[in-house]
Ligand binder design. Structure first.
Ligand code: EPZ
Length: 442
């Protein structure tokens, strides 16, 4: 098993490059299955989740070519040839590794009017149901039933007619999944209260490039005129907005006053107005110029309370990182997650580093710096964004912090320790034996 060993207190300097968006790459790969031919997608991040999803896609008979090199600064390209797609199934042993594999339901229904897809497994927090995905397919005219842990869906007559669906609550995944099935329906579909995250908008733009007829991208209502078939395309994935937000917070925490961290390859407008406004309120100066964001180090961080919400609200995927930033602020603040009200598995781990945090319902009360620095310890990753928050905390804690089970981190952050090392952080990846690691409950 791998862990990251961090010696705290090193200044974060120079520049860091943002990789391709994980949460956009996966739907783009699913969209490729809708076309009979070879689709090429650029700027695909080198992540475990992309490798996992490639294996899920290969089960259908489609071929995936993706051979990332070791150069962290060359964006990677994936090609998916769906000409020979003939097996309309996504098996449990792969879907359980990554819930976004559930996008196969919409992709296979959209391509061939049938699908047998394993229900996704659990997550570190939740529940994370898929009822809206299934209701959406039924709204488009699919016959859906569950059997032996699988969702089995069929379009009567082989092609969905289309229909109307209102999502309650807003769901990124359900919006993407239902759109995959709606674009090749025989009639019109109207999808209301949809997600408008950049992931969804860029995904919709790829579908349009493939010939899909979609009106309303970026708003809360999509109107889709189904088409017979989509054509293969060459498309470029957008940068990862969560990675960008994470590095901006890292600069606030570890770039010294008088120094600047330069973040390249970004798309700042994808952060959304809420995160951008809140970050500005902390008093940490930053400037954006096209795909570059410069963040100046500060001596003091003002406490700023946040509340997550669907886009254009504050991304839930940045609340753990924000919490760490607020442990270093000059005063108390609160961090509330209204999307996942129990996404706080990182809190007990941050308390092991000496952070003064208290969870009440869907809100974390952060005491702020109050003169007491964090101190290094062995901590356990529990999920993707929690693990990166532990790395951020280790960067500012005194002494050594060992972050265990970094396989969670490898799912969503491309070559993170290399990027941080090149920006001055003392961070090394080491092997350890889980059975005998200090701090691991038996
Ligand atoms: C996507 O998950 C992201 N994952 C998550 O990022 C992100 O946290 C989340 O959107 C919210 O922004 C990917 O894109 C692969 P949702 P998703 O459906 O689609 C409820 C990361 O760290 N809901 O928008 O699963 C749900 O319980 C990951 O990169 C239903 O009730 O999230 C939640 O309260 C973690 N029924 C709310 O909707 C459903 O059928 C929003 O979830 C589906 C969702």
């Amino acid at each position: 098993m791998d862990k990251l060993v961090i010696q705290g207190g090193r200044p974060l300097l120079g520049s860091i490059h943002v990789g391709g968006s994980k949460n956009t790459a996966l739907p783009l790969m699913a969209a490729a299955l809708l076309a009979d031919g070879v689709t090429t997608i650029h700027n695909i991040p080198v992540l475990k989740d992309v490798a996992t999803f490639s294996n899920v896609i290969r089960v259908t008979g489609a071929t995936v070519t993706w051979d990332p090199d070791d150069d962290p600064n060359t964006p990677e390209t994936i090609t998916i040839d769906a000409s020979n797609l003939h097996h309309y199934e996504a098996p449990y042993d792969l879907v359980k590794q990554m819930r976004a594999s559930f996008y196969m339901l919409g992709a296979l229904l959209g391509r061939g009017g049938k699908a047998r897809v394993s229900l996704p497994g659990g997550c570190a927090w939740g529940p994370r149901p898929v009822d809206l995905h299934i209701k959406g397919m039924e709204a488009l005219g699919a016959e859906v039933h569950e059997e032996g842990g699988y969702v089995i869906a069929q379009a009567p007559g082989g092609r969905l007619p289309g229909g109307r669906m209102r999502f309650e609550p807003v769901s990124v995944g359900a919006t993407i999944n239902v759109l995959l099935a709606a674009v090749t329906a025989s009639g019109e579909s109207v999808l209301e209260n949809v997600a408008s995250e950049p992931d969804v908008v860029v995904f919709g733009e790829m579908l349009q490039a493939m010939g899909a007829q979609i009106e309303g991208l970026g708003t809360d209502t999509l109107t889709v005129q189904g088409v017979e078939a989509l054509r293969p395309v060459e498309f470029t994935n957008c940068p990862d907005r969560i990675e960008l937000g994470t590095y901006m917070i890292a600069a606030a925490l570890a770039t010294p006053a008088g120094e600047t961290l330069t973040i390249t390859g970004a798309r700042p407008e994808h952060l959304g107005p809420d995160f951008t406004e809140r970050f500005r309120e902390t008093g940490v100066p930053f400037r954006t110029d096209g795909s570059t964001v410069e963040v100046d180090g500060v001596d003091a961080i003002r406490p700023v309370s946040i509340e997550t919400a669907p886009y254009p609200g504050f991304a839930t995927d940045l609340q753990a990182q924000w919490t760490v930033m607020m442990t270093q602020a000059d005063g108390p603040s609160t961090v509330r997650d209204t999307v996942y009200t129990d996404r706080f598995k990182h809190i007990p781990e941050l308390r092991r580093l000496g952070a003064d945090l208290r969870v009440e319902g869907d809100t974390v009360h952060v005491a702020g710096k109050n003169g007491r620095p964090l101190s290094g310890a062995t901590v356990m990753s529990t999920d993707l964004r929690a693990s990166v928050s532990l790395v951020l905390a280790g960067m500012v804690a005194e002494g050594e912090t060992d972050v265990l089970r970094v396989y969670h981190l490898d799912r969503g952050y491309e070559r993170l320790e290399g990027k941080l090392q090149r920006a001055g952080v003392d961070i090394e990846r080491e092997q350890y034996d889980e059975a005998h690691a200090e701090g691991v409950a038996a």
